[in-house]
Design a protein around this ligand. Structure first.
Ligand code: M6R
Length: 613
């Protein structure tokens, strides 16, 4: 939550910072601010609302300077207001701080600092950082102001507890920014005579594709033509730059009205790119060998939200194709349940961002239990990928819309590829099956090209149903998680009440909420469970539901007998079918939200990366 950006270079920093904040807006958007070092003085502009409001305010006061910091906020401590917006300043107004994360000991620090005479202006935890650095500066001796600031920030870094990525700017050190990172993301962009500090790569991707990733506890000092990283002991550390392969076009809307719809259409390419590396050597990836892989007896999948739904699908794959008992936990629950010590266990964390605090906490627990860990992740250099023994990258490019779409289908595809590889390694599937599944995977991007053509029909249907108060989604087996995902997507962007159920469960209670006209979406490809799903349609139809069947060509005729509307999705293998089945539900959520006039890419109360527990 929250996005931070810093610029130091030869140009006016304001347009770089505002533009970077727009790219980071998915991380929080209830207020935003910038501080610019202008002729030896810090000028701050802040505004409640989105970055566009800040931009308007900045256009009026027109700050200018080569060094600056910016922040877009998702409120944790203190309501969204101008006082609570970042950057936060010390008493002198000479030092400002932007922060992403939570300072857990801020109340104790605030009391101490207040007793020492510091005056607080906001309700935030962040403001203590500015005052604490100010206090430390008073007691720090150094031959020059730059060293003094570095030492004071180092001292502050050990006094604060919690999760934080921080950017610091001091009026006495023009052309220099300091950043520290502990458990919140912070990336450095290396440009030509300009350098960037940011919560995420898209913030500077337009200017450079060279990045440095920091480890927890580290500090970075940015100057126009030099970047220095200090390790936890304050020693200079050599860090190799990583070339980012994302092209900046994928980080832009490319003519679409919203990122969400663009990212739905990105899916054929995202699958193609993900599959390019899917035939990987998983043993090597985990720093182990085939023999150890064959010994795997247990898999724990850990994830949140949409990624958790992908994990639920993955369970079917890993159990059926690799024969390995698999559990799936919400990361926030995994951390608190007692887990018996199993030998030969692999924990798989699924996360688009790699920065979800709950998922990171859960994987740390798995590591403490001695499990091998694998991340399925979309962001190179993210905290999760640095923690795990190995990472399988989904190559979707940046996913900006808060509602996850292309990451979800790529995660399921990756899990399928993993299960097929494990099944081959441990002999659970035959060579013939391996070849069959590999063919299905290879064909999947083409099937997806056909699937995204469904937008028009889905859009047309939403005209009829968008005013409904409640929506229901039903599925069985691998399509049950798709019912959950369809409901989550709709809730998230349209604020409508939506629930997903296992079709066999409705008669155990949920059927009572079906009333005349309630739209019920039934995922029913013509597979081994088709007959059962026909019955589900009938049960709902008999209670007055408006039944929409999502099926494959072979099921169309029968589906028409029991549903008011039938959508036909291209067919692939029974297990991979969910990757395609979710697409009409993504369009559905998009179009209902659009017709209701919702803020699709930035729904209320949400943020893309949930970096707090
Ligand atoms: O970055 P992650 O995949 O770890 O994020 C997990 C969830 O917060 C995320 O999937 C969330 O549920 C999405 N907004 C759903 O669209």
């Amino acid at each position: 939550m929250c996005g931070i950006i810093g610029y130091v270079g030869k140009n006016n920093s304001v347009p770089y910072i505002i533009d970077g904040l727009k790219k980071l807006e998915y991380r929080g958007y209830d207020s935003a601010g910038i501080s610019i070092l202008q002729e030896g003085k810090i000028v701050t502009v802040r505004a409640v609302g989105k970055v566009a409001e800040l931009e308007k305010a900045a256009l009026q006061s027109r700050p200018q300077g080569n060094t600056g910091l910016g922040h877009t906020r998702w409120a944790t401590h203190g309501k969204p207001s101008e006082e609570n917006s970042h950057p936060h300043r010390d008493c002198s107004g000479e030092l400002v701080v932007v922060h992403n994360g939570i300072i857990e000991n801020y109340l104790t620090l605030r009391d101490k600092l207040t007793q020492l005479g510091h005056r607080f202006r906001s309700e935030t935890d962040t403001e203590v950082i500015a005052h604490l650095i100010e206090e430390n500066l008073k007691h720090t001796r150094a031959s020059n102001d730059e060293d003094k600031l570095i030492k004071a920030v180092q001292k502050t870094n050990v006094q604060i507890a919690g999760a934080f990525a921080i950017g610091v700017m001091w009026a006495r050190t023009p052309g220099m920014l300091v950043g520290v990172k502990t458990q919140s993301p912070l990336v450095v962009g290396l440009g030509k005579k300009e350098n960037f500090l940011a919560s995420d790569i898209p913030a500077f991707l337009q200017h450079t594709n060279k990045a440095l990733f920091l480890d927890d506890g580290e500090m970075v000092i940015l100057r126009t033509d030099k970047v220095t990283v200090l390790d936890v002991n304050g020693k200079e550390k050599k860090v190799k730059a990583t070339k980012i392969s994302w092209d900046q076009k994928t980080a832009q809307k490319g003519g679409y009205a919203h990122f969400m719809i663009k990212e739905i259409y990105d899916q054929p390419q995202a699958l193609e790119d993900t599959l390019r590396t899917a035939r990987t050597d998983f043993a090597k990836l985990l720093g182990t060998d085939e023999k150890t892989l064959r010994k795997l007896r247990n898999i724990h999948i850990i994830a949140c939200g949409t990624a958790y739904h992908a994990g639920l699908v993955g369970k079917y794959y890993l159990e059926q194709l690799a024969g390995i008992p698999t559990s799936v936990d919400l990361a926030s629950e995994y951390k608190y349940r007692v887990i018996p010590p199993f030998e030969n266990t692999l924990a798989i964390a699924i996360s688009q961002s790699g920065e979800t605090a709950d998922t990171i906490g859960a994987i740390k627990k798995a590591q403490k239990l001695g499990f091998k860990t694998l991340a399925i992740c979309n962001v190179l250099g993210s905290t999760l990928t640095r923690l795990c023994n190995g990472t399988f990258f989904t190559h979707c490019g940046p996913e900006i819309s808060v509602a996850s779409t292309k990451a979800f289908t790529s995660q399921i595809t990756s899990l399928f590829a993993l299960a097929v590889c494990l099944g081959k390694a441990n002999g659970h599937i035959s060579d013939a099956d391996f070849n069959k599944y590999t063919k299905e995977l290879t064909r999947l991007p083409k099937d997806m090209v056909q699937t995204v053509k469904m937008e028009y029909d889905v859009r047309h249907l939403t005209r009829k149903i968008y005013k409904a108060e409640r929506f229901i989604f039903l599925g069985r087996h691998v399509n049950f998680p798709i019912a959950l995902e369809g409901a989550l997507k709709l809730k998230e962007v349209s604020y409508r009440s939506a629930e997903g159920f296992a079709a066999g469960e409705i008669k155990h209670g949920p059927i009572s909420i079906i009333a005349k006209g309630t739209p019920v979406f039934v995922l029913m490809p013509a597979d081994s469970l088709f007959e059962k799903m026909l019955s589900a349609c009938q049960e709902c139809g008999a209670r007055g539901a408006y039944v929409v069947a999502i099926t494959t060509r072979e099921g169309e005729k029968q589906a028409k007998n029991v549903a008011h509307k039938v959508f036909v999705v291209p067919s692939t293998g029974e297990l991979l079918q969910p990757v395609l089945n979710v697409v009409p539900l993504q369009f559905l959520a998009y179009w209902i939200a659009k017709r209701l006039g919702c803020d699709i890419d930035q729904p209320r109360n949400l943020a893309k990366s949930v970096t707090v527990e």
